[in-house]
Write a protein that binds this ligand. Structure first.
Ligand SMILES: [Zn+2]
Length: 347
């Protein structure tokens, strides 16, 4: 079976225009701080990675990651100072990330079975350790300082293999498990509709019925995020996140796109939670490994947490690029002292 999502995706753009280097490339890379974890200076205006997975299985392909490669991605992120964040925390700016770490977000589109599969073992039902949820749960056990979470953009009205992770008999169990174990269930519309090819009523129907279907398994679940099918916008973009159909209202706080670069900091002026770019998983020049390497070489591009959820620390020279901060959050500008190297001053 061919995944619907694969049919019409535009190809990622690679690095061209994806990173912030065109805008900030003239800034010198920061000198490691005398103080601070691993000698890294906080920069909460840097970019972060929202990773995008589709099929999990074999063999590796453009829209499919093997279980071993998914695990490899997690290990690379862990080893490279990245830290899992719920998408909702990125959008709200209420990030809880240890000092020196870079937040990243995991997302999965199309609710295929390889993302979340149950296996019958005798009398017991177990999560397939080769499915994405199984891999993440095992990785968390082995790395308790790495609280993995992910947003799953699901399809409620689609042929059975993609309908809410397949396995009709376990749909409710799976959605409830996700909701109860710190994962997020997002909408990928009702049946993967190309929103540019439907009218306003059709767009609202797609959103409302998707929410209703999810909530039929997890009563009251607040669906807050949308992944645009094919990365294609509706003609009336407001209806992508706010609308109503047959008395069912919906409101999303974030929308993710198909590609194709790091997302800006939520504290950056102009941050738009309804246009979040993602990094397509794969061993490609635009994949997670390539960006980890790029950020390693250009640490000034990378969001680095100050470890304090109540403050936003940015290089002084970048302070004008800060947008409106969440209520109660305080801005700190990191400065250089004249002779004693860098230090941090709260302002
Ligand atoms: Zn899709």
């Amino acid at each position: 079976m061919v995944c619907l999502a694969i049919l019409a995706f535009s190809l990622p753009h690679g690095f061209a225009g994806a990173g912030p280097s065109a805008k900030t490339g003239s800034k010198p890379a920061p000198v490691p701080a005398a103080a601070g974890p691993a000698g890294v200076r906080p920069n909460e205006l840097g970019r972060l990675l929202i990773l995008e997975y589709h099929l999990i299985g074999a063999p590796e392909a453009e829209w499919r990651r093997t279980p071993a490669n998914f695990r490899k991605d997690l290990q690379l992120l862990y080893d490279s100072g990245y830290y899992p964040a719920p998408l909702a925390d990125v959008v709200s700016g209420r990030l809880k990330v240890p000092a020196g770490k870079t937040p990243f977000v995991l997302t999965f589109d199309d609710s295929s079975q390889g993302q979340f599969r149950y296996l019958q073992e005798g009398e017991r039902l177990v999560i397939d350790p080769q499915s994405a949820v199984g891999i993440m749960e095992q990785f968390k056990k082995e790395h308790p300082d790495f609280p993995l979470t992910a947003t799953f953009y699901v399809l409620p009205a689609i042929p059975p293999k993609l309908r809410l992770f397949g396995q009709e008999e376990h749909i409710g169990r799976k959605l409830q498990y996700l909701a109860e174990h710190g994962y997020e269930i997002g909408s990928h519309t009702y049946w993967h509709q190309n929103l540019s090819k439907t009218d306003d009523l059709g767009v609202q129907k797609q959103m409302a019925l998707a929410n209703q279907a999810i909530q039929s398994y997890v009563p009251g679940y607040p669906v807050q995020s949308l992944s645009l099918p094919f990365g294609v916008h509706a003609r009336n973009q407001v209806l992508e996140h706010d609308g109503e159909y047959q008395g069912i209202r919906y409101h999303y706080t974030s929308i993710v796109l198909v590609g194709s670069g790091p997302a800006p900091s939520p504290y950056a002026a102009g941050f738009n939670p309804y246009r979040l770019e993602r990094i397509q998983a794969g061993d490609t020049a635009w994949g997670p490994g390539a960006y980890v390497e790029r950020f390693r070489k250009n640490p000034a591009l990378r969001f680095i947490s100050d470890g304090d959820p109540a403050t936003v620390t940015v290089p002084r020279a970048e302070a004008a690029k800060v947008g409106k901060l969440p209520p109660g959050m305080k801005l700190r500008r990191s400065i250089e002292s004249g002779t004693g190297g860098r230090r941090e001053l709260g302002l």
